[in-house]
Ligand binder design. Structure first.
Ligand code: SF4
Length: 361
């Protein structure tokens, strides 16, 4: 009777282990079960995590993929995304700057790699890049790859125009991030200067150019459970290879200031739903994990298999040292660094600046 409704409208308890078994056997999570996952009672949520965790271990073992953000260009954006500290008219106290010099960008990336990152995410604020911007980023990527041939590079530059994804791919970029952020039915509430279809088109463009699509969510913006399911199923349909989940950080000076909807257990249920919907996809803890998951961050790694190390784009995260200790304490290893030895000295900077990969960051 998993996830079904009785005639009188009372939902039977979700048999999370049964749902996970069916997903393991190749049956896609359906909307009814996805909603039941989100509505799991608090006292059954750790059982849900254990069930979803079976899929995480099946596909990713005990590895945690570490990603590192480099904020190439911060603030000063003409778009009006309500959640973003860099939006038009934002009064949030963030650093604002135009493009980092290539040397500075590569030095920052190298610090993240030293800290254990196997993917570097190069992010710039704005609606989308000019061809000159793409050339600038391509040059940085060529230099970065020359020094660190094994590192994955993801670019996050906004909505792409014809030929730009191909130019990035040719320079060595491996992946492109462009988050759907929320459901199509919610999108008009969070942005009026571009639309949901623009976002879908850019993810598709990146994929056609041979870039691995990275697209995820911001949760806690007033979306309903149904809209959360709608958004996650859209990511599944889009074939996103990696799914960052941001937990809204309601910056003062933005329209969503004061929006506090999430609890740590609610965050775990959302992550479990994403894992059950997309069992073999990289699921990444992104901006806001510290303030919303709080003491359950390590528990979240039982479901998610990836995180951003250290700071976000426009806000400080937990220190990189604390992230690495948390991963080790919970019995996980860092992807690409058996035993975590290479990640012993993160030397990661503190920051305050940023955009779209973790726009909430
Ligand atoms: S999310 Fe990106 S496009 Fe939207 S306001 Fe922020 S920087 Fe601009």
């Amino acid at each position: 009777m998993t996830g079904t409704l009785r005639a009188e409208g009372v939902r039977d308890p979700l048999d999370a282990a049964d749902v996970a078994r069916r997903v393991r056997d190749g049956r896609a999570l359906d909307a009814r079960d996805a909603l039941a996952v989100l509505r799991t009672p608090d006292d059954a949520t750790l059982g849900l995590v254990a069930a979803a965790g079976v899929l995480r271990r099946r596909h990713f073992g005990s590895a945690v993929k570490v990603n590192y953000l480099v904020n190439l260009k911060s603030g000063l954006c003409p778009e009006d995304c309500t959640y973003c500290s860099q939006r038009l008219g934002s009064a949030a106290q963030i650093l604002k700057y135009t493009w980092l010099q290539p040397r500075e960008a590569i030095e920052q990336a190298a610090r993240g790699i030293q800290g254990g990152a196997s993917r570097v995410c190069l992010v710039a604020s704005g609606k989308g890049p000019t061809d000159r911007d793409v050339g600038r980023v391509a040059g940085m990527v060529e230099q970065l790859k020359a020094g660190h041939p094994d590192v994955e590079v993801c670019a996050c530059l906004g909505i792409l125009k014809d030929g730009q994804a191909e130019r990035l791919r040719a320079s060595g970029v491996d992946a492109y991030n462009h988050n759907l952020n929320t459901a199509e039915s919610k999108y008009q509430d969070i942005c009026t200067t571009h639309d949901y279809a623009d976002r879908v088109a850019t993810v598709q463009h990146a994929r056609r150019a041979g870039l691995s699509p990275c697209s995820g969510l911001i949760v806690g913006m007033g979306e309903s459970d149904e809209q959360l399911v709608e958004a996650v199923f859209a990511l599944r349909d889009l074939g996103s290879d990696s799914i960052p989940v941001n937990f809204l950080m309601p910056f003062d000076g933005t329209p969503l200031a004061g929006t506090w909807e999430l609890t740590p257990l609610r965050c775990l249920r959302i992550l479990a739903m994403v894992r059950l919907a997309c069992p073999d996809k990289e699921l990444r803890l992104a901006g806001g994990r510290e303030m919303h998951l709080r003491s359950l961050q390590a528990t979240a790694l039982e479901v998610a298999n990836s995180l951003f190390l250290g700071d976000y784009l426009t806000s400080e995260g937990q220190s990189a040292e604390a992230d690495l200790a948390m991963i080790a304490d919970a019995g996980f290893s860092i992807l690409g660094h058996d035993g975590g030895a290479a990640a012993s000295s993160p030397a990661v900077r503190r920051r305050g600046a940023g955009t779209d990969a973790a726009p909430n960051a």
